[in-house]
Structures are given as structure tokens and as C-alpha cells.
Write a protein that binds this ligand. Structure first.
Ligand code: AMP
Length: 550
């Protein structure tokens, strides 16, 4: 017995799910809506459509064909948005290069992805100059230049972006092809080993866009609608800026691309362009709220998804005090990325602020088409009681189907037919997931698991603490013990006893276990971060594991 296939009359058009399908309606329906690039340019959706055609025909003129890979090294810009569409729509693969990796890692990603053409902002020419002799084979370079001046470089520049577009065809025709064609690739910023490549097809990106759209649009808290103004503050090189530029374009909203992230400039853009919807990692929001300019910026219409790391309650509270509609989102490079969003359900809108904050800081409800489980080591389901924690494993149509040219890690990622996130979390009765740790960051002391995220959250609540990180360090008696790194706020006095007493108070109230209180609390000037601004726990463990325990 097998299912019955649908019958297709010979003239019926089979419509594969292709990225080009996201573009037509917004351009027709909102042709004059703006796409702003920092202080540099203002374009419209009509321009966007034409420039995508021009870019594709220009790239084809340079020899780019189906199956080739086109890399981009740029800050967040209207050009990047054009590449998000034009490159995959040609049947080529867009490689978004993480320009915050070291030159050696960038070299690895360029060679590993087998880039054919690199579109490079003048600011990143020195990186390519440093590794040019080891890039194989030699690539064609297209220059992205905001300065208007010809840069002094010894690299062989094949074309300049605007010149390429000027000679391109705005009516360029994009072919149909398989929805399973690879559309994008980029490299995880994992803190161990060489970066790993993940990849997504047209079908996956279209379904991710529709799934995200159906979760974020409509009525309710934190929604993203046609009258919003969108500005990403997670880089476009990192998981397609969480895929939101595709959602924003499909909605036809005004879009603002901020270039390089500088807190003052970001706040200026929010104010000047009336930005109402963004997403960023906690560290960036912390920088914005600490900037003196925040005093003269109205953030009361700003909705922000915080992801990439847990949303600390103290930060959420600070943002709420400024009127920001803040809530968490969760996902990873391997998952395109969106898996959950921490929207309040309708019946929670009447709750008091503190209870609502609990929800906003959870990791969220799974998006439509996302199946999340929390499991033990044998893949048994654990109860959804908000307390029992296990590994989060996932299925959905938009998860990377493996790591590029790495069958062993791919099978490891997908063991048992579910994508293993490596995150530890609990799901409550309302269906909200709360991540409590990374599998490899979890602290196991005397056989008990301690959540480093929870401890960080509590330490951050101390008024004299600016930043905090907690790691597990080897201990001969207990296996591991927690160690806290603390960056004090400027001009604030705080010492180990103050932090320990602070945590003891939470332990007395049963909020954290007594054995969770770190034996050692070190005061430091800064905490190591990864290329995308997350706490770099591997670096911390390497640096502090050997330090003697008291
Ligand atoms: P990346 O692949 O660099 O985007 O990192 C993904 C990882 O970031 C996840 O596996 C989580 O460990 C962490 N992460 C992302 N969003 C959240 C969140 N809302 N809460 C806690 N951890 C998060």
C-alpha cells in the first residue's frame, strides 16, 4: 500500500518554493517604501527589484553560473539585502562570510566553501591581502565602496559594485529550478575547532520565512506588521540576520540597514527613522542602554527580540523601564535559525509586570512546524513540568541537513533522527521552553547539575555588577565547582563577600541551591567574548581551569 499521488494536468505549473517567490508582491504593493543604508543611501522597493536584476545580470557577466558560490564580506547594508535575493535567485550559493573571525578562519571558510567570487567592502581588503596567496583558486573580486575613493590595494579588483549594477539588466529573468537547490551557506562560530559549514535550500528559507511570519505577525504582544520599521542588529553574515530581512521584505516594511554597529549611530537611526522592530544579542542591547545617547532616544515604540544567548532578567527590566517591548527568541546556526519566540499569550497580557518578565525571559514557544523535545541521554521524553531539564532536540523543515563536507559531525548532529542542539532546557505546562545551559557548559558538582545561566542572572541582579560569567572548573572532591568572573560597574565597590552574601540570600529562599554558590569569584576588567559577542566559555575554562581552587 502506498499513498495516492495528486494528479497534475499537463498544463499545470508546478511551483517550487523559491526565494524569488518572496519578492514580487511587496515590490508591486509597496513600490515606494524605503530601504535606508545608514547615512549613505535611500532606495525604494522598486529600486530593490531593479537592482537585484542588475546585480544578477552583472554577476552573470562576470561568469557566475548556477551552482557557483558567491561570498560577501560587508557590514549590514542594502547591498547585502540585494545579495540575499540575487545570488540564490540565480541558482548560485550565497556565502555570508563572518568578518569577525580571524584571518586564518576566514581563509578556511573561503577555501572550504569553494567561493568563486567575493564581494568585499573596502574595509576588509587588508584581510584578503593578508591571506591572498593561500586562497585557492584565485577568486574574482567585486568591490563594495562607500567612500567614493579608489582604495590603494595590490589585489586585482574585477569590478566595482555600483559600476557592475549600472551596466546590468534591471529586467533580468530568473529561472525556475529545484526548491532543494542550495541557497546559502555560512560557518558556525562554535568555540571549538575549525568553523563548520551549514547550508540551507530555497525550500528551507521560504518555509522559515513563512513560519517566522506566521509567528510574528498579527495582533498581540511583540508583533511585526506592515506599518513597522525594521532594523537588524544581528549581523547579516550570521544566520541571515536570523532570516528576518526575508520576513521584512515579504511584509513590505521600511527597512534600515545600519552598517557597522556603533551604539550612538544605532540609537540615532532608531530615533531618526522611527525604527520599531529589531533583534540583537544581549551584549549589544546592554551597550545601547549604557550609551548616554539613550537619554534622548524614545524607545517606547521599539520591539526587540533578544537571542543568541539567554536574556538576563536585569537587562529585560532595564529595557522595560524605557518602554521597550523586549522578549527572547532562540535558535542556532544549524536551525536557520528560529525555533522559539517568547511572546506573551493573550491571557498573560493582564498579568503584572514581574510575571510578564518571567515569560519574556523564557526561551519561548516553538514556531509553527517546529517540533521540540527535551530528552534524557537515551532519547526518552522528559516531563513538561518547567523543572525537569534535558537536551533540546528538534525537527522542522528548515534545519541544516548536515555540515558541509563533514559526514561524521553531520551524523553526530542528527543522531537518532533529531537535530541535537547541545542545549539543556525545561518545558513548562504552558509549552514555553527555558534554556538553562549548554551541554558542554553545564556545571556538574557532586553529581548535581548547576545552571550557569541562572547563576549569571542572579549575580547580574547585584547593583554593582556590570557583567558576569560562571564556568565549571575541575575540583578533586566534587568533580567540578563553579567559578564566577565579575566585571564591576564603574566607580562601584564590590568584593567577593558581597557577591557571596547576595547569592546566599537567594539560596536561603530556595531560588538556587547552596552548593551552587561559587567558591571563587574573580573580579576582572573584561570577559572573553566570541566573534558574535557571546560569552566565550571555552576561552574562560582554558584561562581559569588551572588556577588553584581554595
Ligand atoms: P549560534 O549558532 O552561534 O547562533 O549559537 C546558538 C546557541 O546560542 C544555541 O545553541 C544556544 O546555546 C544559544 N542561544 C541562542 N538563543 C538563546 C536563548 N534565547 N537563550 C539561551 N541560549 C540561547
Amino acid at each position: 500500500m502506498s499513498e495516492k499521488s495528486i494528479e497534475r494536468t499537463p498544463s499545470a505549473h508546478y511551483n517550487p518554493l523559491l526565494i524569488k517567490n518572496l519578492l514580487g508582491n511587496p515590490i508591486r504593493q509597496f513600490p515606494t517604501r524605503e530601504i535606508v543604508y545608514g547615512d549613505c543611501t535611500r532606495q525604494t522597493y522598486r529600486d530593490l527589484g531593479e537592482r537585484i536584476g542588475r546585480l544578477a545580470s552583472g554577476l552573470a557577466g562576470l561568469g557566475v553560473k548556477r551552482g557557483d558560490t558567491v561570498a560577501v564580506m560587508d557590514w549590514d547594508s542594502h547591498r547585502y539585502l540585494e545579495c540575499f535575493f540575487a545570488v540564490p535567485m540565480m541558482g548560485a550559493v550565497l556565502h555570508t562570510v563572518n568578518i569577525r573571525l580571524s584571518p586564518e578562519q576566514i581563509l578556511h571558510t573561503i577555501n572550504h566553501a569553494e567561493d568563486d567570487v567575493i564581494l568585499v567592502n573596502t574595509e576588509f581588503l587588508p584581510i584578503l591581502e593578508a591571506i591572498r596567496d593561500r586562497i585557492e583558486p584565485v577568486k574574482k573580486l567585486v568591490l563594495l565602496n562607500d567612500s567614493g575613493q579608489t582604495p590603494a590595494t595590490t589585489l586585482d579588483i574585477g569590478a566595482e559594485y555600483e559600476t557592475l549594477l549600472a551596466s546590468g539588466d534591471p529586467g533580468h529573468k530568473f529561472p525556475d529550478f529545484s526548491e532543494d537547490a542550495r541557497a546559502t551557506t555560512f560557518y558556525t562560530t562554535g568555540t571549538t575547532g575549525l568553523p563548520k559549514g551549514v547550508y540551507f535550500s530555497h525550500r528551507q528559507l521560504v518555509l522559515h520565512t513563512l513560519g517566522a511570519l506566521s509567528a510574528v505577525t498579527g495582533t498581540g504582544q511583540g508583533r511585526f506588521n506592515r506599518d513597522d520599521v525594521y532594523m537588524p542588529i544581528t549581523p547579516m553574515f550570521h544566520v541571515h540576520a536570523w532570516g528576518v530581512p526575508y520576513v521584512a521584505t515579504l511584509l513590505g516594511v521600511k527597512q534600515v540597514y545600519p552598517g557597522r554597529y556603533a551604539p550612538e549611530q544605532l540609537l540615532t537611526l532608531i530615533q531618526r527613522e522611527n525604527v520599531t522592530f529589531s533583534h540583537c544579542v544581549p551584549t549589544i542591547l546592554q551597550m545601547l542602554l549604557a550609551s548616554p545617547k539613550v537619554e534622548e532616544t524614545d524607545l517606547s515604540r521599539w520591539k526587540v527580540i533578544i537571542g543568541g544567548a539567554a536574556l538576563p532578567r536585569t537587562l529585560a527590566k532595564q529595557a522595560r523601564d524605557r518602554g521597550v517591548d523586549i522578549f527572547a527568541g532562540y535558535g542556532m546556526s544549524e536551525t536557520c535559525p528560529l525555533l522559539t519566540l517568547a511572546h506573551l499569550k493573550p491571557h498573560m497580557l493582564d498579568w503584572d509586570e514581574e510575571r510578564q518578565l518571567d515569560i519574556r525571559c523564557k526561551t519561548g514557544l516553538p514556531l509553527p512546524l517546529v517540533e521540540l523535545r527535551i530528552v534524557d541521554e537515551d532519547m526518552n521524553d522528559l516531563p513538561h513540568d518547567g523543572k525537569t531539564a534535558g537536551e533540546v532536540v528538534a525537527r522542522s523543515p528548515w534545519l541544516t541537513q548536515g555540515y558541509l563536507k563533514d559526514p561524521q559531525s553531520s551524523e553526530q548532529l542528527w543522531r537518532g533522527g533529531y537535530l541535537h542542539t547541545g542545549d539543556i532546557g525545561a518545558i513548562d505546562e504552558e509549552g514555553y521552553l527555558k534554556i538553562t545551559d549548554r551541554l558542554k557548559d553545564v556545571i556538574k558538582t557532586g553529581g548535581e547539575w548547576i545552571s550557569s545561566l541562572e547563576l549569571e542572572d542572579l549575580i547580574l541582579k547585584h547593583p554593582a555588577v556590570a557583567e558576569a560569567a560562571v564556568i565549571g572548573v575541575p575540583d578533586p572532591t566534587w568533580g567540578e565547582r563553579p567559578l564566577a568572573l565579575v566585571v564591576p560597574r564603574p566607580a562601584r565597590q564590590v568584593d567577593e563577600t558581597a557577591i557571596r552574601d547576595w547569592l546566599k540570600d537567594f539560596a536561603d529562599r530556595g531560588i538556587v541551591s547552596k552548593w551552587g554558590i561559587p567558591d571563587r569569584i574573580l573580579f576582572v576588567d573584561s570577559i572573553p567574548k566570541t566573534s558574535v559577542g557571546k560569552l566565550n566559555k571555552k576561552a574562560m575554562r582554558e584561562q581559569y581551569a588551572q588556577a588553584p581552587n581554595r
